[in-house]
Design a protein around this ligand. Structure first.
Ligand code: ZN
Length: 127
């Protein structure tokens, strides 16, 4: 049986402490997304549903994608956002990528990955 959900390893939780709102230990990554057909991952609360083969990968693109979704868990914890709020923001701001939540998640993902790699954690603590 393949593993279909997992917590972040303690080394990744330590990295995220102070970088995100909410408890990194609460985050659960799941294989597969309800929006698999469009290739979109989605985050409900602290549960991240990863589309495609991202769950099992820990290359640069996959880690950046996971950090993006992890930032959504932080937004959810900090602002009390629901998935409905994220979808409403896509509509209000004229598309998924124009939402300020998405832009913030992209910025966080790039910065977090750079720091993760600089610390060698992409090699010692893949997730
Ligand atoms: Zn997003």
């Amino acid at each position: 049986m393949p593993q279909n959900d997992k917590k972040l390893p303690p080394c990744a939780q330590n990295f995220l402490k102070g970088r995100i709102s909410g408890n990194p230990a609460d985050i659960t990554l799941h294989r597969g997304s309800p929006f698999e057909l469009t290739g979109n991952s989605v985050t409900f609360g602290s549960d991240v549903y990863l589309a495609g083969n991202t769950f099992g990968r820990s290359d640069a693109n996959a880690l950046i994608h996971k950090f993006h979704e992890i930032q959504h868990t932080s937004q959810n914890a900090r602002l009390g956002l629901s998935t409905f709020d994220h979808i409403a923001a896509y509509v209000v701001f004229g598309g998924h990528d124009a939402s300020p939540y998405e832009q913030a998640a992209d910025t966080f993902a790039d910065d977090a990955y750079k720091a993760y790699k600089a610390a060698g954690l992409d090699k010692t603590c893949p997730f």
